[in-house]
Design a protein around this ligand. Structure first.
Ligand code: BEZ
Length: 196
């Protein structure tokens, strides 16, 4: 896949004539929107899991030392919790640019706590994008996150802010919690935590 996904996303006109769109956030969008929105509500989507398998050389790392950020992987039966934003369609344009490092718009069904559902969008970095890193040993992923730093700040801030935001929402995500525990230990001692 091309390195810059902006134009691919601009071709996706599905919601262009809608007055407002629901955007599902599962990564930095949970704790920091950085765009105007009409409404914000916790939500979840089905059949996807959150994983720190996407490389970041433009926000939380550099081309020489990429960081790791969240993407979604298909997993039948899984539930991914996050935050939904109701936005105007024009708000997607700057987001397409901000997330150009491999993320594509994906149409998905959002589920809200009151049982309501809505069709909306999320951004997913699939395994065929040039910045995809995939799975690694948890210790290696944590070390990479602890050490990476990019124009948007330390990679560890992205992970730890996400872990705190999920805690505040009452969401358990063992992948994020395990990485956060390892990165916190790395920050305080420079070493991996002992097995529990
Ligand atoms: C998110 O935080 O959900 C997110 C937003 C844009 C690209 C990838 C993830």
């Amino acid at each position: 896949m091309v390195l810059d996904t902006t134009q691919l996303n601009r071709r996706m006109t599905h919601f262009d004539d809608h007055e407002a769109i629901w955007l599902f956030g599962y990564g930095s969008l949970i704790w920091k929107a950085g765009f105007p929105y009409l409404e914000r509500r916790p939500a979840h989507i089905h059949d996807w899991v959150r994983r720190f398998w996407q490389g970041s050389h433009d926000h939380r790392g550099t081309p020489q030392a990429p960081g790791r950020v969240a993407t979604l992987l298909p997993r039948p039966g899984a539930v991914c919790h996050g935050m939904a934003y109701r936005i105007s369609p024009e708000t997607l344009r700057p987001l397409d640019v901000r997330e150009k490092n491999g993320y594509l718009r994906e149409i998905t069904t959002l589920h809200f706590a009151d049982g309501a559902t809505a069709q909306g969008l999320t951004y997913i970095a699939t395994a065929d994008n040039a910045a995809f890193l995939g799975e690694a040993e948890p210790a290696a992923m944590a070390r990479q996150i602890a050490e990476a730093h990019g124009p948007s700040g330390p990679n560890s801030d992205y992970l730890l802010n996400l872990a705190d935001a999920l805690d505040a929402l009452g969401v358990e995500d063992s992948h994020v919690a395990d990485l956060a525990r390892r990165v916190r230990a790395h920050a305080s001692t420079g070493a991996e935590p002992q097995p529990r």
